[in-house]
Design a protein around this ligand. Sequence first.
Ligand SMILES: Cc1ncc(COP(=O)(O)O)c(C=O)c1O
Length: 376
Amino acid sequence: MFPKKLQQKLNDRNDDNSLRELGTFNNLIDFSSNDYLGFSKSKNIYTKAHDFLIDNEVEQNGATGSRLLSGSHKLYSVLENTLSAFHNSDSALVYNSGYDANLGIFSSVPQRGDVILYDEHIHASIRDGITMSNAKSYKFKHNDLKDLDAILKRVQNDSEIYIATESVFSMDGDSPDLVALVNLCKAYNAYLIVDEAHAVGIFGKNGKGLIQELGLEKQIFARIITFGKAMGCHGASILGSKQLKDYLVNFSRSFIYTTALSPHSIATILFAYEELLVTKTIKKLRQNILFFKAEINKLKLQDYFINSDSSIQCCIISGNDKVKAIAQRFQQKGFDVKAILSPTVPKEQERLRFCLHAYNSEKEITAILTLLEICI
Ligand SMILES: Cc1ncc(COP(=O)(O)O)c(C=O)c1O
């Protein structure tokens, strides 16, 4: 027995060639994961975290409860102090995932009568948080500050205004003009919240993120950083003022009502941060991004791509059927390249999303782009 309406929804997805299915692990050349620096497979980080736990007698598998009950084990404060210092923030509050962090801040901070303005391409976790909030919300055109300005003019009498964006968009790889955005927020006394999930580990000194590369960290209400992407671990943190941290500890339900991360997870994040200070992989990743962009130009493919300086490079190929067929061709040739289908992105904006890593070779990059030239 299964509800008819749900079956119909699955059938619709199937008819649209957009039914999602879980893949299995493959041995293809990785142009798809978020493991930009290869940290998820770093033996050094793994061994250091393991030895640290044993040396400090933290031999405990799970956290045993929520942070507010029994789960706030001693490594949490070590990590949150490390994060505040590294990211030049007054405070840091660790969440179990980026999804939880976005749900937690957007559902609890904007109040009834407030307004949230968000980029139309914002991540699903932010949308879900906004849906749970009592504030009104309006979207603005992607990275379009003129459109945002026009909306700000209309809403400026509302009590508080929050603006949500990403420093690197997860499905586009591009970035807003953050300096201009900060100035716009100042002009309207709006609070800016920036998701740095795909910027940490890639931009800024030692991978501190795009906000710190631009020196804007003190002008932003909150930053969301995640550990499941370039850091190769799991979890996330909200960076902001001490009052914001106090508020979230008291009112953010995705922080309060969940079991905390285990000591092992926290130790792994700590040693991933230590690795950022010495790794040569950030430089290699940046070289690969430049090489990829130069190759696109050489092959005259640049018009198909969304302009991006990040490790996410997207080639627009309209239609679920077409983009899926091309992605399959890449997979048959040994490359793990993923098609991003509608409804994840708008219809006709379907795309191949190439995620670049420090461990991709120039030979591999040339090979995928040569294949792309043949396919499109
Ligand atoms: C921009 C952005 N924010 C938040 C998240 C969620 O992070 P996590 O995977 O840690 O839940 C993602 C990951 O998909 C993302 O791309």
